[in-house]
Design a protein around this ligand. Structure first.
Ligand code: SF4
Ligand code: SF4
Length: 421
């Protein structure tokens, strides 16, 4: 059905522009009131969630006339879902799904971005979108971890492409493994056999590549017999928890983010943060752990014909309220010596780090522009450091901080936990 199935949702758009900002009730002042990085940067209605729906709707009716400008609009969107949350504060309609379908349609019609084409070609050839040197499992050398392809483990740790191949991000995978070892968790890894979850291919619009990855990877995960998968990557979390469920690959696999597992281990007394981490921090909710990380809702029903867009039974909407918000905060607050302050835009209203939706690959300048906005928001809290729970966010913030000559530090939550234990 593709984009056509959302014609009704697109017709519902009343061009109120609420999807550009966090809901009015949450606005604290003139600064940090935007929700959508794309409209904040390009300042023209087409670059908002609603604008994209208006264009897609018009094209469904009048035919698809692809221009360079149109493709600039399509690919300069992080698919962060902030528009969906703000729109759904007052409306019941899909926003992110049709925007994503619009991108799928562009890819299907061969109207792609050269940078994204290149990344996906690399995925098809090497199994990763990253320009990788070395082997996927190199990060785990000398750590003496269980190989889940050979040994039975309770928990499978998925490091993800960035934490496997990127020399800076490898510290996250290593530190996570060391913390889990210390807590006595029976976990294993797939090492060189680990695969790309396919999340970024999906975000870039290459649905078929995502589906192939998901099918292959789930077959391997199932073979290990592990009942739980843990990852520290928000993209990976969203793929396993939400997309694999949406496309019926996940079945009964339990999917946890490392922050959820750490919160559980701290509660059970298996991790004991005792050492002081004297640091004033704030926390960034990654889009795909927060608002987009809430469970997928399978719904079947029918549309009631007529002027109004009504379903039987009523259709539930994912408004971002059930994302992973409290476990990371609980973990941070449990660390002795930490001073924690929230930013203005938090939880489902969080501002995107800029790295998602293929923007990091196709328009790095815009990607870092968005990260700088978040860094300014973090600095405004008086924090010395911004803590995140995704290597993509950490990488983007690190680049932004460097370009801004700021003294703000950026940490993944696992680094702080490791310091405290
Ligand atoms: S998508 Fe929703 S919030 Fe945005 S303009 Fe349309 S109705 Fe308003
Ligand atoms: S998904 Fe994010 S970047 Fe794209 S239109 Fe919505 S709010 Fe803007």
């Amino acid at each position: 059905m593709g984009l056509e199935q959302y014609q009704g949702d697109m017709n519902m758009c009343c061009r109120c522009s609420c999807c550009k900002f966090i809901p009015m009730q949450k606005v604290m002042g003139p600064q940090f009131s935007y929700a959508c990085p794309s409209i904040a940067k390009y300042n023209f209605h087409a670059y908002s969630g609603g604008g994209r729906l208006n264009i897609a709707s018009a094209m469904l009716k009048n035919g698809f006339n692809y221009t360079d400008k149109l493709l600039h609009v399509v690919y300069n969107c992080q698919l962060c879902g902030a528009c969906q949350v703000s729109c759904n504060y007052a409306m019941d309609m899909e926003v992110l799904e049709p925007i994503t379908e619009f991108r799928f349609k562009c890819v299907e019609d061969g109207k792609t971005s050269p940078a994204l084409d290149k990344a996906v070609a690399r995925l098809r050839k090497t199994g990763s979108m990253l320009e990788a040197s070395g082997r996927r499992g190199d990060w785990a050398k000398d750590l003496n971890l269980k190989d889940a392809t050979k040994e039975k483990v309770d928990i499978l740790y998925h490091a993800g492409c960035l934490s496997s191949y990127d020399k800076d991000a490898q510290k996250l995978a290593k530190t996570t493994a060391q913390v889990l070892q210390k807590a006595g968790v029976n976990f294993g890894i797939l090492g060189d056999a680990e695969m790309c979850c396919g999340s970024r291919a999906y975000q870039m619009g290459y649905r078929d590549d995502f589906l192939k990855q998901a099918e292959k990877y789930m077959a391997l995960i199932r073979k290990t017999g592990a009942r739980t998968l843990v990852t520290g990557c928000a993209d990976g979390y969203h793929a396993f928890k939400v997309l694999y469920d949406k496309f019926n690959f996940k079945k009964d696999l339990e999917v946890l983010h490392t922050s959820e597992l750490f919160a559980r281990l701290i509660k059970e007394g298996k991790l004991k943060p005792r050492r002081k981490v004297n640091l004033a921090v704030t926390y960034h909710d990654p889009c795909r752990l927060g608002r987009l990380g809430e469970p997928y809702i399978h719904w079947q029903g029918k549309k009631i014909p007529g002027d109004k867009f009504v379903f039987d039974p009523p259709k539930p909407y994912r408004r971002g309220t059930n994302g992973v918000y409290y476990p990371p905060r609980d973990v941070i607050k449990s660390l002795p010596g930490i001073k924690f302050t929230e930013m203005t835009r938090i939880m489902e209203y969080s501002w995107c780090c800029g790295a998602g939706g293929g923007v990091n690959e196709s328009n790095p300048e815009f990607s870092i522009w968005a990260a700088k906005e978040r860094v300014r928001e973090a600095i405004a809290t008086g924090a010395e450091a911004i803590v995140s729970t995704c290597p993509w966010c950490e990488q983007n913030f690190s680049t932004a901080i460097k370009e801004m000559n700021s003294s703000l530090k950026v940490y993944d939550i696992v680094e702080l936990v490791a310091r405290a234990i």
